[in-house]
Ligand binder design. Structure first.
Ligand code: 5RP
Length: 229
């Protein structure tokens, strides 16, 4: 008897990316997130490209991938609403609250999610957590506010570091910087998100509680598990 090897993380991402097609509404524009899991969804979406109107994208990277596959990309300002927004997460808890921004696209992700009736999170099972806070929390900030905001996080017990790329602070699609904050415990995601968003210089905090997932398609060793919140 042969036993098959467990699915790799990449294979789990492919499975959930394909499973997300069931939420795409024919004839409509679909909201598309950012990241390696979403890249699998975009590749799967290309097989339906003649059945949809197009996509609203949450990053330059996703836009380029969509367009390379022949999927029209609409400006967010040109749509009133979307039926669905499909995106990955760095962490998702038992209530559908998430940490996002590992790919630095959190601000546009939150904007496109806000346009959508339903957030469908696609993730492999490594992303499922009891409580948010193990993954360093991404916060997009106006560069001149970095040091001040880092001090405010330090006062809460967090250690904030400017995300670097090639020896320079990473610059987001919006021309801003990312602080990654370790050591925080996010016990009340709704209040936490609201509070940090009030700080001068914060563009977007990577807790997605007000824009939480309605559904999570979780890639597990047993296949794709659908969790609704
Ligand atoms: C990008 C994100 C991504 O959804 C998140 O980082 C998960 O990415 P991946 O699917 O590559 O694990 O929030 O800003």
């Amino acid at each position: 008897m042969t036993t098959s090897a467990p699915l790799t993380q990449d294979e789990l991402k492919t499975l959930v990316g394909q499973a997300a097609l069931q939420y795409v509404v024919p004839g409509e524009i679909v909201g598309v997130g950012t990241g390696s899991t979403v890249n699998k969804f975009i590749d799967a979406l290309a097989t339906l490209k003649d059945q949809i109107k197009g996509a609203v994208s949450s990053s330059v990277a996703s836009t380029e991938r969509l367009q390379a596959l022949g999927i029209p990309v609409y400006d967010a300002n040109d749509v009133d609403r979307l039926s669905v927004y499909i995106d990955g997460a760095d962490e998702i808890d038992g209530k559908g609250y998430m940490v996002k921004g590992g790919g630095a696209a959190l601000t546009r992700e939150k904007i496109v999610a806000a346009l959508a009736d339903k957030f469908v999170c696609i993730a492999d099972e490594s992303k499922l957590v009891q409580a948010l806070g193990q993954f360093p929390l991404p916060v997009e900030v106006i560069p001149m506010a970095c040091a001040h905001i880092a001090r405010r996080f330090a006062a809460m017990g967090g250690q904030a570091q400017v995300r670097m790329r090639d020896g320079q602070p990473l610059v987001t699609d919006n021309g801003q910087h990312i602080l990654d904050v370790r050591g925080l415990s996010v016990t009340d995601p709704l209040t936490f998100e609201s509070d940090i968003n009030q700080w001068p210089g914060v563009v977007t905090v990577g807790v997605f509680a007000h824009q939480k997932a309605a559904v999570c398609l979780l890639g597990t060793a047993q296949g794709v598990k659908t969790i609704t919140y």
